[in-house]
Structures are given as structure tokens and as C-alpha cells.
Design a protein around this ligand. Structure first.
Ligand code: TA6
Length: 300
């Protein structure tokens, strides 16, 4: 659908419009009394979120590339219908295909509280069906207001149960990675992907001083990123999620990724709301599963 048609059908006066972004990407610009945000239609990827009177909450790489069929480095990539490498087929894309596939707009509206609602739906295609041969659908429900509310809704339209792993792979903007801490996971066991998948138990707040890649298991807890230099706390609430992933690539991995920008890793930390590894979700035939993330910022 071209930009003019999108604006005619789904534009929300003074709040939401569609624009042509880099490399012809369709970008959704949202601005209301409470906040502003941008979303890339490919991958239903939230790129930016900035509440009024606050610094940007999400990190996006200064070296981000806009390539058709590739997710952009930063914001909130949608990992689905699997998280991480495919369990049995290394040829399949890491983190599933939703983050790099085309989505369509299902709804856009102004809410009574001044927030803006947007619903996007993953398009089906022969290529996607090859990767995931199950009658199912995925929608992303967003509410952009003083908080950013994101809901991934998986519906199983098939006649048998399906099992998914998933994540809202959120890159948060921080003043400096060694100046922040993350609370909420104290005492939680995690799989340490930097230590060959060894399991450990989180002692105290999380501080990062090297490559960090941990899947915290069986936790429904809210996490908080404490950033003294930015004089703020970012609260990350969740529902329908039993895993939280904490990731920073640090120097070498960032270099290998090639799109993190010079020292970009120093200004980001991923705190991902997920269902990963043994927290995979089984959805009975005809039923749906909702993973919810609520991001809010407060002055520290
Ligand atoms: O969520 C952490 C992680 O699984 C890391 O292992 C790293 O691979 C990261 O995701 C980024 O993956 P990507 O495919 O986006 O480069």
C-alpha cells in the first residue's frame, strides 16, 4: 500500500502519519501530548520512543542499516516464532522471521487518554509458510503514551497445539553501560550464553563490564534500569512472559556485528521480555497467547 493510501486509510490527524523512510522503508510517525515514537512497518519494529520531558528511551545504532528483509539494529525487534537459533535447522534465520518480514496495518486510533493505538499484523507468504508451516497469526498492539505498551498476540488457527519461543528484543538507551545497573532479577537463575550455557544464580543487581548474554528463567518480575547519569529509572513491566534476556555485545562482538557504530555498545543494554529455552509456550488449537511489555520512565 502506498504512503498516500496508508495515510488516507489509517492516518490519525495530529497523531499518526506514514512517511517514506530510508531505503524506501515505510515509517510510521507518532506524536501526541505524551510522547513521540517511530515504527518501521517491516518487522513491526519500534525504532524510537521518547516521552515528553525525557531523553530517548530506546537505543538505535548510528550505523543502523535499512535493508529489505533485515531487521534494523536497535529499537524493539520482534523475535518470533522462535528465539535465538532455530532448534533444529541452522539454515533458518536467527530469532525467527517476524522481525524481517512485511507486516500490514490493522488499526490506528487516538485513545481517550491522549495516547495513540496502533495494531500491526504479520503478513503470511509462501516463504514464511516454508519457515513455519502452522496456521497461526501474529499481531503487535502498541499504545504510545506516557508509557509504551507493547503486546504480541499469537493466535493458533490450526487443529493442533503449537509451541513458540519469542521476545521483544528491546535495546534501551543508557548514559554509559558501566554506569548503570538492572534490578528485579536478584536470586533468579539464568543460562549464561557467554559461559557455554552454564547456569548460575543472579547475586544482587546486574552490572555489565564485558560481553553479557543471559537468559533469566522462570521470572515474571518487573526489571528496572537505574541510570544515575541520566537521573532516571526505566521500568520494564511484563505479562505472559517467563524469561528475561539481558545482553550487551561489548567490544569484540560489537565489532563483529558491524552495525553497532563506534562504541555504540556503550550506550545500550538489551532487556528483552521473552519466553525462551525451557520457557517455550505451548498454545492449544484455536487459542491465543499474549506477551505484554510496559515501558515507563521516572526521574531518579
Ligand atoms: O538476545 C541476545 C542475542 O540472542 C545475542 O545472542 C545476539 O545474537 C543478539 O541476540 C543479537 O542477535 P542479532 O541476530 O539481532 O544480531
Amino acid at each position: 500500500m502506498d504512503i498516500d493510501t496508508l495515510n488516507r486509510r489509517f492516518g490519525v490527524p495530529n497523531q499518526l502519519r506514514f512517511v517514506r523512510g530510508p531505503e524506501n522503508f515505510t515509517i510510521i510517525e507518532i506524536e501526541n501530548f505524551h510522547a513521540r515514537a517511530t515504527v518501521c512497518l517491516q518487522g513491526a519494529q519500534i525504532l524510537t520512543f521518547q516521552p515528553r520531558d525525557h531523553e530517548p528511551v530506546l537505543w538505535i545504532s548510528k550505523a543502523a542499516r535499512y535493508v529489505a528483509g533485515k531487521s534494523v539494529r536497535g529499537g524493539v525487534p520482534v523475535c518470533w516464532p522462535w528465539f535465538g537459533p532455530h532448534a533444529t535447522d541452522a539454515q533458518k534465520p536467527a530469532h525467527g522471521y517476524a522481525r524481517s518480514a512485511m507486516w500490514r496495518v490493522a488499526e490506528a486510533s487516538a485513545l481517550n487518554d491522549g495516547a495513540t493505538r496502533l495494531v500491526l499484523e504479520l503478513e503470511t507468504s509462501p516463504a514464511n509458510r516454508q519457515l513455519w508451516p502452522h496456521e497461526s497469526s501474529l499481531q503487535l498492539h502498541l499504545s504510545v503514551g506516557p508509557t509504551l505498551m507493547i503486546e504480541m498476540v499469537t493466535r493458533n488457527d490450526s487443529a493442533q497445539a503449537i509451541t513458540v519461543t519469542e521476545a521483544l528484543h528491546t535495546y534501551f538507551h543508557v548514559s554509559d553501560i558501566e554506569g548503570v545497573s538492572v534490578t528485579g532479577l536478584e536470586g533468579c537463575s539464568y543460562v549464561d550464553k557467554v559461559a557455554n550455557g552454564a547456569t548460575a544464580v543472579q547475586q544482587g543487581a546486574i552490572r555489565v563490564s564485558g560481553e553479557t548474554d543471559r537468559v533469566y528463567m522462570n521470572t515474571a518480575e518487573e526489571c528496572v534500569i537505574h541510570d544515575a547519569a541520566l537521573r532516571r529509572r526505566i521500568r520494564i513491566g511484563k505479562g505472559g512472559s517467563l524469561s528475561t534476556v539481558v545482553w550487551n555485545p561489548w567490544t569484540d562482538k560489537a565489532m563483529k556485528l558491524g552495525d553497532m557504530g563506534d562504541n555504540g555498545f556503550r550506550q545500550m543494554i538489551c532487556v528483552e521480555t521473552a519466553n525462551a529455552l525451557d520457557n517455550a509456550v505451548s498454545i492449544p488449537a484455536g487459542k491465543e497467547h499474549r506477551l505484554t511489555k510496559i515501558i515507563s520512565v521516572e526521574r531518579a
